[in-house]
Design a protein around this ligand. Sequence first.
Ligand code: MF3
Ligand code: CO
Ligand code: CO
Length: 275
Amino acid sequence: MTQYITVAPDDRVEAKNGIIKLHGPEGFAGMRRAGRLAAEILDALAPHVVPGVTTQQLDDIVHQMTLDAGGFPATLGYRGYTKSSCISINHVVCHGIPGDKALKDGDIVNIDVTPILEGWHGDSSRMYLVGDVPLRARKLVDVTYECLMLGLEQAKPGNHLGDIANAIQRHAEGKRYSVVRDFCGHGVGRVFHDSPEVVHAGRPGTGPELKPRMIFTVEPMINLGRADVKVLDDGWTAVTRDRSLSAQFEHSIGITDSGCEVFTKSPAGLDKPPY
Ligand code: MF3
Ligand code: CO
Ligand code: CO
């Protein structure tokens, strides 16, 4: 049975415990600010994602912008992770670690940022196209964005998490792509990875019911080939087992009385490439 709890501003921060938090107006206000910062960082990165730039250089921009805004990168020091972003190129599904690797013409890249601002986590990622990207990779990126948007259309009170999942899965599989099962979206707020787990494939009407004031991410990872992933020896980098291309977009959202509010929408209209 799914349990929900209403949280108030002066409540102690309750770690992930299986209970779904229902946030107050202060939670929505905090997520609006943190989400906007995440979106502004992703906006600012767009002109820098070009052939030759290293993923460390991009991470440095994320780091500096986060601190300049009075925030802190949630990933820095998280379970031993030492960077301010995750940067996942081509067949890397997620959690790519920024480093000396330079982007090259034709790459598709996901950049995932999570600034903490006044205690609230704004978690968002977008795909970027590096130079001239082949049509088949661009199509994967487009469809992955459509998957996220179709999922968000289902994010409304009375629906279930399975309705979001099913909308994503149907669209992806209808295009003969596959949905990654090993990583999920998650509750978010004052806790980075909170309950519930937000799956990206499933049956309509299954899973927890969506209630106003829930806050969570939707972040489908879609593969051009098979769904199977493996994590490299660095303990983080997740890649497709068949080395096929993978794409992902992520928004942080709050359930409202009639639908959802997207906290991480781009103020500049740069939600999907080309930018
Ligand atoms: N931002 C990622 C997410 O969407 C989490 C990254 S955790 C890290 O949930 F440690 F890999 F950075
Ligand atoms: Co997330
Ligand atoms: Co993220």
